[in-house]
Design a protein around this ligand. Structure first.
Ligand code: PMP
Length: 971
């Protein structure tokens, strides 16, 4: 076996001028040269007329046979998987694929390879799940393509071959400067060796690329600007070795991109497994080999740094390599194995299955306790309303209350909402791996199975058995360390403390009490359900959000779309946060309907009370309908003194249009382009947004006419032109209609351009539009469904901003805080004139419950000063979003005011090319960081910011800080 490159020598010294000479003399190629980074070789990209190549001047350590093997492997991969991008060797003028050239008195091997187009992932901080999956796929394809490749040059000793990993890490660890780090490398290497020893003989061996890392996969950019790996370069580490080494190397390279979520690598592992089905032994050793790869990287990186301190491609990655090593090491091998098995849909490891079987035979831990009350601490618990989940001591208090008449227990595997944290970037540790029990004092506790007592102290003990290590804390032990117990032997009794019970099937593994959503699948294998010990089913119900989504797809209209490709399941909201069923809390930046916040107890109580008393319709005489109408009139501008109550924004707009048509005796209506007003026949008719209906403009009825979208950022008139331009244009449309003998019944627009992402209308715009409409006897409708009701902070109504008074105001959304409620507010004269079409009746519009909901929302907005809050927090949010523009050119504009804003993303601030794909990808990334935000606008390139009006300054800062991070680190 060759022993190359173990004694690493520095890269050959070759200047650009020398490289140019080599390219010309050996290959007859001339062109611009650019040096590419390399640990050991000198590589130059050479651009000739229409052709790109890579001139590779190999380290003298390489044997010719090794280079021949690499060439043959590239040709082999191209044959086996022609669609996979990989370099190919090009013949020199003398016909050879490997030439040589004398440099500084030494003959060095020279090759010219084709250049694989695309970019590597180098320098990208964050890698999205789809990108990680692509990386795993490229690694898997390369590995599959090499499965039947053979060459005598494959058998060599190279430092990156993980079969030599222990030897290399041990040999080179002396170069590590920091003694603590040096110790970690040695310790990790020994742990790896101990773990993999039993499996090495069973590991498949073949030719592997050995270096399919973020640096060595390349691909095109997708629409969102992310590199999507499609090819692999650099066959320099080609070797015959364990096949799984290929995947271990790939996984390790991902870790520094996702230091807070090591299991993001599962996307790569799944993709690799789909190409190369992993064996049992391979799954067992994968994580240890990831750690070993990390150890080898840092040991050789430090070694190389000593030899070649001026080489930036050695020095720069070193800290990342340490990060990979420490992230890999932070995951226990057994946890990784259980998690990978789960992700690949494989059964439990045999030893874990045996332990679970032993556990199912266990006896009762408290034989004298007949019944245990089971406490629900999940996000759907009835006992965690009104923010109770946030109170310190809630778990203990609820458990004590549940145990009032005996004993009570929490559930295993439950994602406890009490463990959730708001505005947290990291996934919270919410999944209970054990249970907490409240027992009557002195309740006897017995061994549920035979075992040996370990580490007993005043309040805890461990019992080692064939089922695993049972840990009890919060009891009064009656046995000593080393005691050998039979099943049913007494081990202690309950004291005053809460008893915590947890079992780990891995005898030596330290376990946390709670796991994150990402690690829960693995940890609950290692710390299984303990139901047999209690004679009761204490396992939390399984929550399969994906299966539920399938049910939705099968029975609910699919065009009633959902946010996110793989949505989290959300069953709980509290104020400005949403909580998913994994008990992750998200800052909710989009729910303007929940204006006073989610789960408001005052609203819930009021609706509950009214529902128990009476819910009927407005043909009956009850107080709430009068009270709500009075309150709305009091909020409306003088003259608008009459209210119609309906169930939604669409209904309100529909009714307003109908009123206008009846009252004026005309049919035609002027609306602005790119607007959304609702789904009913009439409200849809004036909806011109192509985002919702790409055929909108072709399919509008003949009575609908359009003015330009008054968008001074990207519309027909911009900047200084906008003020005059739009005002003149809308007046011309309205005047033109009248001149053609069809004067408009109504002009309808939002007073802040909501569908464009909260774009403020140019000053004087509605003044001009309303004047033109009224000139010809038409009515003016302000659609305040989104922007009214105090959200703008500095005014209650959007039309105040424009200094106009409409003839009709339509409202909904915030009005019922999600309860279906809408209204038209108009003048008595207009309302009465509508009676030409008889009376008006809506069965649930204005019902007692609806009216009480509407009144309570108004009370809360007033009592909690939510409009003022929208002004303060909105101003702050706006200022901070604006400040991001200096460092992030992707932000083209910040629209809106108060808590109605849009952050518009553009690829170019001059062309305003919308960054649509980026916007969606950023929203996905923001969700990972604990924020719900969604694209809006005609081009879906605006981040819509219209959170519950109780958003706090800290929430606004959290949002902006995370947006800043995402824009900096990528998506
Ligand atoms: N008008 C505007 C401005 C809206 O934004 C909407 C809803 N997005 C509607 C009307 C329709 O309201 P609803 O969905 O309650 O029918």
């Amino acid at each position: 076996m060759k022993d190359e490159a173990i004694e690493i020598s520095p890269r050959p010294r070759v200047s650009e001028a020398q490289a140019a000479t080599i390219a010309r003399e050996l290959f007859g190629v001339e062109g611009a040269l650019k040096e590419l980074g390399s640990h050991q070789d000198r590589n130059f990209r050479i651009d000739t007329d229409g052709v790109r190549g890579v001139l590779k001047i190999a380290n003298r350590g390489w044997g010719v046979q090794t280079l021949q093997a690499q060439n043959a492997a590239m040709l082999h991969v191209a044959k086996r998987d022609p669609a996979l991008g990989a370099p190919l060797p090009l013949a020199a003028l003398d016909g050879s694929l490997i030439s040589s050239f004398e440099i500084d008195g030494e003959r060095l091997p020279i090759r010219l390879l084709t250049y694989v187009e695309g970019q590597p992932l180098t320098g990208r901080r964050y890698l999205a799940p789809e990108v990680i999956a692509d990386l795993g796929d490229v690694a898997g394809r390369t590995c599959a393509a090499l499965a039947d490749f053979d060459h005598p040059g494959l058998d060599r000793r190279v430092q990156w071959d993980l079969r030599q990993g222990e030897a290399i890490a041990t040999a080179l660890h002396g170069s590590i400067r920091d003694p603590q780090r040096r110790g970690q490398v040695l310790e990790a290497t020994a742990e790896v060796q101990a773990c993999i020893a039993a499996f090495v003989d069973a590991l498949p061996v073949q030719a592997i690329h050995g270096d399919a890392t973020d640096d060595n996969v390349v691909g095109p950019l997708d629409a969102a600007g992310r590199v999507r790996p499609r090819g692999v370069i650099d066959f320099g580490d080609l070797v015959r070795s364990w096949r799984i080494g290929d995947l271990a190397v790939t996984c390790c390279s991902i870790l520094h991109h996702r230091p807070d979520d090591a299991f993001a690598v599962l996307h790569a592992i799944r993709a690799f497994d789909a190409r190369v089905a992993l064996t049992e032994a391979e799954i067992a050793v994968l994580w240890p080999l990831v750690v070993l790869r990390g150890a080898v990287l840092v040991a050789s990186g430090e070694h190389q740094a000593r030899l070649d301190p001026d080489n930036p491609s050695v020095m720069e990655p070193l800290e990342n390599e340490w990060r990979m090593f420490s992230v890999a090491r932070s995951v226990p091998f057994a946890l990784a194995e259980a998690t990978i098995r789960h992700a690949l849909g494989r059964p439990l490891a045999a030893r874990h299955a045996l332990a679970h079987a032993a556990l199912s035979e266990a006896g009762r831990l408290f034989p004298t306790i007949g019944q245990l009350a089971i406490l629900d601490l999940s996000s759907t618990s009835e006992q965690l309303h009104a923010g109770k989940w946030l109170d310190q001591g809630t778990e203990q208090a609820l458990l004590a209350a549940a145990a009032a008449n005996g004993a009570a227990i929490t559930r295993h595997g439950e994602f406890r909402m009490t463990r959730s944290r708001r505005n947290a970037v990291e996934m919270p540790e919410t999944c209970a791996l054990g249970v907490d029990v409240r027992l009557p004092p002195a309740t006897p506790i017995v061994a549920p199975f035979a075992g040996v007592v370990r580490r007993a102290d005043d309040s805890s003990l461990q019992l080692e058995s064939s089922a695993g290590r049972l840990e009890l804390s919060g009891l009064v032990p009656e046995v000593a360390h080393g005691a050998v117990l039979a099943a049913g032997d007494r081990i202690g009794h309950a004291g005053d403390a809460l008893l915590h019970v947890q079992l780990c099937v891995e005898p030596m593994l330290p376990t946390p009490a709670f796991a994150t959503a990402a690690t829960a699948a693995g940890w609950t294998v290692l710390c299984p359900d303990l139901s047999p010990l209690f004679g009761a089913d204490v396992a939390a119900p399984r929550d399969d959000a994906h299966a539920l989504l399938e049910r939705r797809r099968n029975s609910f209209a699919r065009l009633q779309v959902h946010y996110y490709a793989e949505p989290m399941r959300v069953e709980r909201g509290w104020r400005q946060h949403l909580v998913d069923t994994r008990a992750r809390a998200y800052l909710d930046m989009v729910n303007n309907v929940a204006a006073i916040g989610h789960g408001h107890p005052r609203l819930a109580d009021a609706v509950d009370r009214q529902m128990r008393m009476l819910n009927s319709n407005s043909r009956f005489h009850y107080s709430a309908v009068a009270e709500l109408s009075e309150r709305l009139v009091a909020l409306a501008p003088p003259g608008l003194d009459t209210v119609f109550l309906v169930n939604s924004g669409s209904e309100a707009v529909d009714l307003a249009l109908r009123i206008a048509q009846v009252v004026t005796g005309r049919m035609d209506v002027v609306a602005v382009r790119e607007a959304y007003h609702g789904w009913t026949l009439a409200s849809d008719a004036v909806t011109t947004s192509l985002a919702d209906n790409p055929r909108a403009m072709e399919t509008r009825p003949a009575w609908v006419h359009f003015a330009c979208a008054p968008n001074s950022y990207r519309g027909a008139y911009r900047g200084a032109e906008a003020r005059q331009g739009y005002a003149a244009e809308v007046a011309a449309v309205i005047d033109g209609l009248a001149a053609s003998g069809r004067p408009a019944a109504a002009y309808i627009a939002e007073p802040v351009f909501g569908n464009a992402g909260g774009v403020m209308l140019p000053e004087g715009y509605l003044v001009a539009a309303y004047a033109a409409t009224r000139r010809h006897g038409g009515l003016c409708i302000a659609d305040e469904v989104q922007v009214g009701y105090g959200r703008l902070g500095h005014c209650w109504w959007g039309h105040e901003e424009q200094g106009v008074v409409p003839d009709m105001i339509t409202i909904a959304k915030a009005m019922g805080n999600g309860h279906p409620l809408g209204a038209v507010i108009t003048t008595r004269a207009i309302a009465d004139a509508f009676s030409a079409q008889g009376s008006f009746f809506s069965s649930a519009g204005g019902s007692p419950v609806s009216c009480v909901a509407g009144l309570t929302v108004l009370d809360v907005i007033r009592d909690e000063h939510l409009q003022a809050n929208a002004a303060t927090v909105g101003d702050h949010l706006r200022a901070r979003c604006l400040s991001l523009m200096a460092s992030h050119p992707l932000i083209g504009a910040v629209h809106g005011m108060g808590l109605y804003m849009g952050v518009e993303l553009v690829r170019d601030r001059h062309s305003l090319e919308p960054a649509t794909a980026e916007c969606l990808a950023i929203c996905e990334r923001m969700r990972e960081l604990g924020i719900v935000v969604q694209p809006t606008g005609e081009r879906n390139n605006v981040l819509k910011l219209k959170p519950p009006m109780c958003l706090s300054l800290e929430d606004a800062d959290f949002f902006v800080d995370q947006l800043d991070t995402v824009l900096r680190d990528g998506w």
